[in-house]
Structures are given as structure tokens and as C-alpha cells.
Design a protein around this ligand. Structure first.
Ligand code: KG4
Ligand code: ZN
Length: 330
């Protein structure tokens, strides 16, 4: 079995996965959303202190499995340095105390493996990764063969939802709140510019739509509930139209047979629906993670670690590094 630890942002999570069967035997997660909500975003120092309390609680629950471990895996990049360090410190201690190999896991790779929990991998695949920290299209040919096709030039998709919610005083995380609110709004009420619409660039940008929302919020004070819903619906429409427009260019060029959407924001139903149409149009299979594995969790880290274990991607527990910002997958 592999014990996996996730603490890259505001979720403390531990999982136990059986190597031979890929079966998820144990999975617990403590989210800190409520603690950060009053600040409208994640406060790194607070997140770090909460991981220091919550990770040992989860490890205590995983105790019955600790004598059957073959390796320990931990997310060590990218993420918030002070929160990554909490998980890494626990993994180092376990690895040294029990003499187990230590597997460093790249957070974005773990999101890709959220598709394969208790399943075999499907490669090659084109993957759209939309989370709070990243917005990318990836050409995934194997565990060690991942190329970035497109990336955001400024804000990420999920982050733009968080900022829109914050501007309207709606709480954190903004994604689910804005999605729910958008259902009650008119997406045609406030037409917003679609970023890079007339540019041949294969890249994403969310700062322009965010600014458009800021101007609308300022111009419509005090905001009534219907105006909030109309802003949410108009924003979500433009944000998804941008994802679709650039993805369509990539589809026309690469003609993928298998396409997936992963990351916390892949739980958005409007995104899922829009891409389901695009995939039908391009005769391509759409793969989505179970809703319970879209946001950060240790189950995806554990599944990713099984492939890393077979490839012997081990690191020295005394010198494992934490890399908060990296686009390098290796
Ligand atoms: O992958 P994740 O849990 O953490 C990071 O790696 O960043 O993604 C969290 C992000 C947050 O920005 C959150 O607002 C966004 O995913 N998100 C959503 C939805 N659910 C979560 N964005 C849009 N629609 C949603 N339903
Ligand atoms: Zn994530």
C-alpha cells in the first residue's frame, strides 16, 4: 500500500491505495474553506497552522494501515510553500522512521490522475486543467511525457470565479457560489468581452473579464440579488466561451480522440455541458473525474504515486524539495 498526503493549498488529505489493485482503501479530507471564507481567499499562514493540526488527526485514523506500507507519497509542487511544507514534513518523518521510499508528486499530475482512481490510465489524452492556481491545456502521452499546449497569461479560471465572488461579497470559494447564482441570472444581461477573441494566440487570459465585472459591480451599487445573479451568469458565459474558443482551435489542430477536464473547477456543470457538445462535434471521448475527486484530495495523489512507484521515482527524504511555483512536470 501507498500512503499519500496532500496539503498544497487549503485541503488536508490522506489516502491509502493498494498498489496491485489500485484500490482506494482509505481516504479522508478536512477542508479549511470555512476558516478562509471570511477573508475572501486562502490565508497561507492560517492554512499552514490548520494543516499542522489536521494532518496528524488524519494520520491517526490511517493507523491500521501503517504496517502494510511500501511507500509514502506527498505533493511537493506546485502550491503554497508554507502548506506544502506541512505535508512534506510528515512524509519525511514517516519515510525515515519506517524506512520507506518517498515519492514526490506534482500537484497538476495528481489532478490528471484523478481520472484514473481505481481505473487503468488512458494515454494519450489532451487535458484541460482548470483550478484555482492553473488554467492549462496539456498534451499527456504518459506519466513522464506531458507538454503544455496553452496556459494562462494572468489569472486562472477558478481564481476568476473566486475574485468575482469576493467583489460581490459572496464568500469563498467563489466557483460553486457563482455557478449556483448564475442559474438564477440572465447571461445576456451584461455582455462581456471574450478575451483574446481576435488573437491567434493559443493562450488564456482572465484579467479582462474580471475587470469588466469590477466595473459592473461599481456601476450597480447597491447590488440587488437579481443584478448579482445577472452579473454571475454573464461572467460565467464569457469565461466558458473563452475556454471553448481556444480549445476549439486546439481540437481542430490536434484532433484528439480522448479529452479530459480536471481540477477543482471541472466540477462546474456549465463547463461540463459546453465541452460535452464540443467533444461530440469533434467525435472525441470526454473524460471527467468523479465530482468528489475534482477538488484537491489525497486519493488522486495516491493513484499517481502507483505509477511513480513502478517507475521508481523516489527521492531522498532528507533533501526533498518544495517547489511552490513550477510549470516543470518533472
Ligand atoms: O483544484 P483545486 O481544488 O485547487 C487548486 O489546485 O487550485 O481548485 C479550486 C478552484 C477554486 O478557485 C474554486 O473556486 C474553483 O476551483 N471551483 C470552481 C467550481 N468549483 C470549484 N470554479 C467554477 N465552478 C465551480 N463549480
Ligand atoms: Zn488543485
Amino acid at each position: 500500500m501507498i500512503l499519500s498526503i496532500e496539503s498544497s493549498c487549503d485541503d488536508s488529505s490522506i489516502a491509502i491505495t493498494e498498489i496491485a489493485t489500485k484500490k482506494l482503501l482509505f481516504h479522508r479530507k478536512i477542508s479549511q474553506e470555512r476558516e478562509h471564507a471570511k477573508y475572501g481567499g486562502v490565508v497561507p499562514e492560517l492554512a499552514s497552522r490548520l494543516h499542522a493540526v489536521d494532518l496528524p488527526k488524519l494520520l491517526e485514523e490511517a493507523k491500521p494501515y501503517l504496517n502494510d506500507l511500501k511507500a509514502v507519497a506527498v505533493t511537493n509542487a506546485p502550491g503554497l510553500s508554507v502548506t506544502l511544507l506541512e505535508g512534506v514534513a510528515m512524509a519525511q518523518a514517516l519515510s525515515i522512521a519506517k524506512g520507506l521510499p518517498l515519492i514526490p508528486i506534482h500537484h497538476l499530475k495528481a489532478h490528471i490522475y484523478s481520472l484514473f482512481i481505481e481505473k487503468e490510465v488512458i494515454f494519450p489524452m489532451v487535458v484541460l486543467l482548470i483550478s484555482g492556481g492553473h488554467t492549462m491545456v496539456l498534451d499527456v502521452k504518459g506519466y513522464d511525457d506531458i507538454t503544455i499546449i496553452a496556459s494562462t497569461m494572468d489569472d486562472s479560471f477558478g481564481e476568476s470565479f473566486d475574485k468575482v465572488a469576493k467583489m460581490m461579497g459572496l464568500g469563498y470559494p467563489g466557483g460553486p457560489i457563482v455557478e449556483q447564482l448564475a442559474k438564477k441570472g440572465d447571461p445576456e444581461k451584461f455582455p462581456m468581452p471574450i478575451p483574446l477573441q481576435h488573437s491567434s494566440k493559443i493562450a488564456f487570459s482572465y484579467s479582462g473579464i474580471k475587470n469588466a465585472v469590477r466595473l459592473l459591480v461599481e456601476a450597480n451599487q447597491p447590488l440587488d440579488e437579481q443584478t448579482q445573479a445577472d452579473i454571475a451568469a454573464s461572467f460565467q458565459k464569457a469565461a466558458i466561451a473563452h475556454l471553448l474558443q481556444k480549445s476549439k482551435k486546439i481540437f481542430s489542430h490536434l484532433r484528439p480522440k480522448d479529452f479530459a477536464i480536471v481540477g477543482g473547477a471541472s466540477a462546474n456543470m456549465a463547463v461540463r455541458e459546453a465541452f460535452s457538445h464540443l467533444c461530440t462535434q469533434f467525435d472525441c471521448r470526454l473524460h471527467l473525474a468523479d465530482l468528489s475527486y475534482c477538488a484537491d484530495n489525497a486519493a488522486m495523489v495516491g493513484r499517481c504515486a502507483i505509477d511513480a512507484y513502478h517507475l521508481k521515482h523516489f527521492t531522498d527524504p532528507l533533501t526533498i524539495e518544495v517547489t511552490p511555483r513550477t510549470e516543470n512536470f518533472f
